[in-house]
Design a protein around this ligand. Sequence first.
Ligand code: C5P
Length: 199
Amino acid sequence: MIFTVAIDGPAAAGKGTISRAVAAHFGFAHLDTGLLYRAVAARGGDPVAAAQALSPEDLARPGLRSLEAGAAASRVAAIPAVRAALARFQRRFARAEGGAVLDGRDIGTVICPEAEVKLYVTATPEVRARRRWLELGGDEAQVLAEVMARDARDMGRATSPLRKATDAEVIDTSDLSAEAAVARAIGIVRDSLAKSRIA
Ligand code: C5P
């Protein structure tokens, strides 16, 4: 069975939690595509060459989850040739046998517009900044400024900007517990799977 769940949205909206839970629930493979961009930035040197040579060891580097690594990732992610170098791997992953969940910024719009389920997971900048701050510490106002700067970069770039696919379902997690957000996502995927089995 080929079945893709595309989960897009801004930083710290809850995509990772939802993606992991959906993948575990349905036994699908999961790809955190943000990690690819983080690893490209962390390799240093020419970002296009880094994207072309990316290896599984690069994805296991320590420190990839930090705020700085996220900011560096969003800079290299604006380079069209970096995105092109990473696209083929992501497309193959999305359409591999057995079902796949991919989370990122452009999965439902660019990488896999044919995805069977598209979710756009979002929350207010203040709620997202608070979550990042609880997770990583530091100065909360500074974390909010960085979240907003990253939103502006990811939504404002010319190539594959972050935007909701027209046919994506929105899950706003501002006032939802993680459990409630996961339950909504699982319900949407379950309905779509049931329909695709009938069809
Ligand atoms: O999701 P995460 O915070 O790990 O992503 C880091 C950065 O990588 C994002 O801010 C974005 O610029 C970039 N990214 C992207 N397209 C994706 C996933 C991540 O441009 N599919």
